[in-house]
Design a protein around this ligand. Sequence first.
Ligand code: TYD
Ligand code: MG
Length: 459
Amino acid sequence: MAKDKTIYTCTSCGGTNAKWLGKCPHCEEWNTLIEGIEEGGSSGKNRYSSAKSLAPASEVSVLSQIEAQDVDRTPTGIEELDRVLGGGIVPAGVVLIGGDPGIGKSTLLLQALDAVQRRGGHTLYVTGEESGAQVAMRARRLGLEQSGVSVLAETQLEKIIATLETQTPSIAVIDSIQTVYSEQLSSAPGSVSQVRECAAHLTRLAKTSGISIILVGHVTKEGALAGPRVLEHMVDTVLYFEGETHSSFRLVRAIKNRFGAVNEIGVFAMTEKGLKGVSNPSAIFLSQHSEPVPGSCVMVTLEGSRPLLVEIQALVDQSGPSPRRLSVGLDKDRLAMLLAVLHRHAGVACMDQDVFVNAVGGVRISEPAADLAVLLSIQSSLRGKALPKGFIAFGEIGLAGEVRPAPRGQERLKEAAKLGFSIAVIPKANAPKKKIEGLTVHAVERVDEAMNLVREALF
Ligand code: TYD
Ligand code: MG
């Protein structure tokens, strides 16, 4: 069989070419050719027709007759990580873990490998970013100087695969996939074609050998996962690290999981000795004001299975000729929409004001249940009046000015009451049937109702 050679495939029409061209010769689209490897030297089309004639037809099964199997998992022993993984690492499973540089990916994975090794697993840490000595230094800092984890400092894919095949660890970490390159491709390490090709080879190896592989991926400065995003469909589980590097709290969120629930989160605190799980995290995203301040409203968000109390802050200020809308940790487009609803349906205008909103602690809130808290904090800042002590709110707001229910409202209210909150403004459909001890609940149907209630009764 001929040696594998580089080929360029058009992402638009699927046509192939032996050379890279700016314009696809088949469909005439620009900048669509990407580098790949042609196996066995035959073109895509011929490969298909020859495969058709060589392979016998496969048997198919009826769904009801296939025996469903529970996946068996190896818990890492790090509880918060196991929670996001859905109970542990699955044999032959491939996990992608992304996040900003310096957020703690290498730290967490070294701790996880050591924990698995201590429970009798065989683990391999492949480092492409640091030398073995640097990894050892980190291990010392984490108090893992006696660790039995094997370390390989290597970036060439072929050598990594050969080592994995001979060592056959139960779990291997590749830190990071952007540093790995294949000799077969001429493009630079870290380029999209290198990252994709290397990840595809490693995924195939995981499936054939039963080794669980964890790929580390960096997020670029712009916040896009240049490398990792293209890998999300290949892997079984995708985890992302969130949090501000200057605060010690870190969230690990599952955004795809073939073996467990998505949107589950693990909460950690970065300490002098690595990441420590925070088992009761509901109050960590509240800032400590001794007295209530204007522009602050606490909401209860439900991340995975646990409710979290998060403070939403708003600052509304006289603007120049073009008012600015800025949001950190919340959707920017949604902010513009909410301001329009606030104006049309509640008569609160911010047209000549800059509006800044922030979810405290670097947490990202994607659920619309934050809407009501965002608008109440904006109104509070605009009027310069603080919401009462012990106040919480949640609820989605629609374009018609209605306040829609949030999923699992009771759980949210109970958590707030448990943490000593005493007044809640919530959607009517979330109103509890039985009184919750210590909590006065105001249920509202419309956004103007919520704004008036807070303005007249509570300020
Ligand atoms: P690291 O795991 O290297 O991040 P990533 O692999 O995601 O780039 O984390 C490095 C940061 O964590 C660095 O700023 C130092 C800090 N750190 C601690 O605070 N405590 C520790 O025990 C360790 C090992 C790191
Ligand atoms: Mg690292």
